[in-house]
Design a protein around this ligand. Structure first.
Ligand code: 8Y7
Length: 279
C-alpha cells in the first residue's frame, strides 16, 4: 500500500502506534508539554517497531464531547510537523473533519483514519483530493451516547454491509481501490458480546477484499471481560491483537507497541513454517 512516497507492505501484519494529542492524555494540559511528550512517545513507539503513528486530537471515548475544528488543528498540526521533521515514518491522521484531513496531509500525514468513515460534511471530497490511503471504520451512534443501547440483527453481517456500502461510495467518488481499508470499530456502539462476535469472525471481513485494521487496545471489551483496570490490561491487549492478526487483520492499532511487535514476530515465524513444507 502506497502512503505518499512510503510503501507499506501488508503481506505481514503491521503495527499502528497510538498517539493521542488531547489535553487529558498528557501530564499537564500545556501545549508545550503536549508536543514534547508526544515527540518522546512517538520516538519510543518507533524504536519499538511501530510501522505507523496514528495522531488524533479528538477524543472518541464513550461519553466524550465534541471539539472544534480550530482546537483539533491546534493540537495535531504542530505534532505532525514535528514528528515529520524528526522521524522518517508513516503518519496517520485520526480525524473525521475535512479541513483537518486536508491540513494534516499537507503537514506530512500520509494516511487518513476516520472513525466516521468519511460521512461528515466535505470529508469524502477531502479524502479523494488527499490521495492517501483511508481507513473506513464502523460506528453505531455518536461517541457521547453510542454505548447506551447498541443493537444489531447480526453484528458481523450488519457491520460488513455498512462497510461495503462505504467502500462503494468511496470508489464512485474516485478513491482508488488500493487506498481503501476497513475497520469493524471495536467498542464503537457495541456490547461486550458484539465485540467478541466480531473478533471471533474477523476473517469474514476479508470478503470485502480490502485490508482490515483492528483496534482493541485497552478497550472495555478487555477490561470488562477480565475485570482489569486500565493499567492491568496488557495480557488481554496482546491476546486480542494476536488473534486479530491470525484472523487476517493487516494493521493492528495499539498503545503497547513493543509487546505487539513481539507477538507479530511470532505470528510471522509460524506462518513462514506453515508456508514451507520442509521440516
Ligand atoms: C479506533 C480508532 C479509536 C479503532 C480505528 C480508543 C481513533 C478509541 N479507536 N481508529 N480510534 N479503529 N481505525 O480507545 O478501533 O483508542 S479511539
Amino acid at each position: 500500500m502506497q502512503c505518499k512516497d512510503k510503501f507499506l507492505d501488508l503481506s505481514t501484519p503491521k503495527v499502528m502506534g497510538i498517539l493521542n494529542v488531547t489535553p487529558d492524555s498528557f501530564s499537564d494540559g500545556g501545549v508545550f508539554n503536549m508536543l514534547e511528550d508526544g515527540l518522546v512517545q512517538a520516538g519510543i513507539m518507533l524504536s519499538e517497531g511501530a510501522d505507523i503513528i496514528d495522531i488524533g486530537g479528538e477524543s472518541t471515548r464513550p461519553g466524550a464531547q465534541n471539539v472544534s475544528i480550530q482546537q483539533e488543528l491546534d493540537r495535531v498540526i504542530p505534532m505532525i510537523e514535528l514528528i515529520c521533521q524528526r522521524f522518517d515514518t508513516i503518519i496517520s491522521i485520526d480525524t473525521s473533519k475535512a479541513q483537518v484531513m486536508t491540513e494534516a496531509v499537507n503537514a506530512g500525514a500520509s494516511f487518513i483514519n476516520d472513525v466516521r468513515a468519511l460521512q461528515e460534511k466535505g470529508a469524502l471530497d477531502a479524502a479523494v483530493a488527499a490521495k492517501v490511503p483511508v481507513c473506513l471504520m464502523h460506528m453505531q451512534g455518536q461517541p457521547r451516547v453510542m454505548q447506551q443501547n447498541p443493537y444489531y440483527v447480526d453484528v458481523v453481517k450488519d457491520v460488513i454491509a455498512f462497510l461495503q456500502q462505504r467502500i462503494s461510495i468511496c470508489r464512485k467518488a474516485g478513491i482508488a481501490d488500493e487506498q481503501i481499508l476497513v475497520d469493524p470499530g471495536f467498542g464503537f456502539g457495541k456490547s461486550l458480546e458484539h465485540n467478541y462476535h466480531m473478533l471471533a469472525n474477523l476473517e469474514e471481513f476479508q470478503t470485502l477484499n480490502v485490508p482490515v485494521l483492528a483496534g482493541m487496545s485497552r478497550k472495555s471489551m478487555i477490561g470488562n471481560l477480565l475485570q482489569r483496570e486500565m493499567g492491568q490490561r496488557l495480557a488481554g491487549n496482546v491476546a486480542v491483537a494476536t488473534i486479530a492478526a491470525q484472523k487476517g487483520a493487516q494493521i493492528i492499532r495499539v498503545h503497547d507497541v513493543k509487546e505487539t511487535t513481539d507477538a507479530v514476530k511470532i505470528i510471522n515465524t509460524i506462518n513462514a513454517c506453515r508456508n514451507n513444507n520442509e521440516r
